[in-house]
Design a protein around this ligand. Structure first.
Ligand SMILES: Cc1cc2nc3c(=O)[nH]c(=O)nc-3n(C[C@H](O)[C@H](O)[C@H](O)COP(=O)(O)OP(=O)(O)OC[C@H]3O[C@@H](n4cnc5c(N)ncnc54)[C@H](O)[C@@H]3O)c2cc1C
Length: 392
């Protein structure tokens, strides 16, 4: 489906990037969209949909070719995340967790052995990934985490609990952060690559949510879970730079997903506004409905510009772009939430009926305001960068 916004969205993309958008969109609309509602109703994890990604190279767009990936550039990665998220939150999350948080960290901080071991399996889809960051005591204040990694002969023992973990039951690789010294706060945080299938002492339990039933969010318990020495990513106590870098790329991909979700709200609102009648005319002819459509359009395209610009900065080699990542995440997640609210409003009461997709998108959009940093956190970070309290 083409929209009038495509002209501006595609304007300064390369021919290859435009072609990728066309291909991903056609694939997503045919191979994923028609099945999403059913998976949600059955609270079934969409393994069969995810299995369609690797043959097209959509599982490894940030993984270098030498490790089996299909790396092109960061903007193209964003376009893939955007177009997949336009039809399904969960499938897009599989791509972004695997590529940004996990593969991105391995590529940047991993040893050659870690790259050889993990990246090809992530790229070919045989190993899905989970990021185990958030704890029951809080997700924003990660420096205060309580999960510990204690040094033992030949490796480490992990103890603690992580909550809200996407894909955990189906993942072959956990990116886990734990503290080697709680007293050192940020200075104790360490990143680990954990094989959940080969590690005793890990239990995965349900973490029921009111939304995204098909994601089957989980809590993950580590009880004296032994992991070998070579599971450490980077150095002990140097997990925060790994995490920071992972989250900067993660925020880019989540922001791109938010743009896709915001766009989907427009896609659903337009035909409804052109079809539904009240007082003898199409509701799309009412000024107040038109106001919502204009607002949805402008905020989506504004967010998209910031996301693509961030992608271009990353492609140009700007090392972290943390402030810009926060701006992209904040603007785009708020656009997704506000667009979902407006699109539901345009649908009237049907916006909350099971007959229409838009009601489902409302809570799914809201959940994008939490992962990879809440709106409050990003608001704080942007102001601190601007005031010079925090340095890039
Ligand atoms: C659908 C979904 C999927 C998720 N998937 C994962 C996953 O795969 N892996 C994972 O590790 N986590 C995951 N999360 C968790 C997510 O990362 C956390 O919800 C998020 O980091 C916030 O943590 P919290 O919920 O504990 O809120 P808290 O950190 O307790 O924050 C509560 C409120 O206080 C505000 N707040 C906190 N600190 C400040 C401050 N300094 N200034 C102003 N306000 C502040 C927050 O913005 C928020 O509004 C997921 C969450 C959702 C909803």
């Amino acid at each position: 489906m083409q929209t009038p916004l495509d002209r501006m969205a595609d304007f300064d993309l390369s021919d290859e990037q435009r072609q990728v958008r066309k291909t991903v969109r056609a694939f997503a609309e045919k191979e994923i969209l028609p099945f999403v509602e059913q998976y949600e109703q059955e609270a079934r994890y969409p393994l069969e949909l995810i299995a369609k990604l690797p043959p097209l190279g959509f599982m490894g767009p940030m993984i270098p070719e030498e490790y089996g990936g299909s790396y092109m550039d960061v903007v193209t990665y964003g376009i893939i995340c955007e177009e997949i998220a336009r039809v399904d939150w969960v499938t897009a999350s599989v791509i972004s967790v695997a590529n940004s948080l996990v593969a991105g960290s391995i590529t940047k901080f991993g040893t050659e052995e870690q790259k050889q071991r993990w990246l090809p399996q992530v790229a070919d889809g045989t190993c899905l990934c989970s990021a185990c960051l958030t704890e029951p005591g809080g997700g924003t204040d990660l420096g205060n985490m309580k999960t510990t990694a204690t040094k033992v002969e030949g490796g480490w023992k992990l103890n603690g609990t992580k909550v809200f973990i996407s894909h955990a039951d189906h993942a072959g690789l956990f990116f886990v952060v734990a503290s080697v010294d709680l007293a050192r706060k940020h200075g104790g945080v360490t990143a680990f690559l954990v094989d959940p299938r080969e590690t005793e002492g890990i239990t995965i339990g349900a973490f029921p949510m009111r939304t995204l039933k098909r994601d089957q969010l989980a809590e993950v318990h580590f009880e004296d879970a032994f992991i070998p020495e070579d599971a450490i990513l980077g150095e002990p106590g140097r997990g925060f730079p790994v995490l920071g870098s992972a989250l900067d790329t993660g925020r880019f991909s989540v922001a791109a997903r938010c743009v896709g979700q915001a766009q989907r709200c427009i896609d659903l609102a337009l035909p409804y506004a052109l079809e539904r009648e009240a007082f003898g005319q199409k509701i799309g002819e009412f000024q107040m409905i038109q106001q919502k459509i204009t607002d949805m359009t402008c905020r989506t395209q504004a967010a998209r510009h910031v996301v693509y610009q961030l992608g271009r900065m990353k492609d140009a080699g700007v090392p972290r772009a943390s402030m810009e990542s926060s701006m992209a995440k904040l603007m785009s997640s708020q656009a997704a939430v506000q667009n979902a609210l407006d699109a539901v409003q345009i649908h009237g009461g049907y916006g909350l009926s099971e007959e229409y997709e838009i009601g489902r998108l409302l809570l799914e959009a809201k959940s994008l305001e939490f992962g990879e940093g809440t709106s409050e956190l990003h608001t704080k970070l942007i102001a601190e960068f601007m005031l010079g309290i925090r340095k890039q």
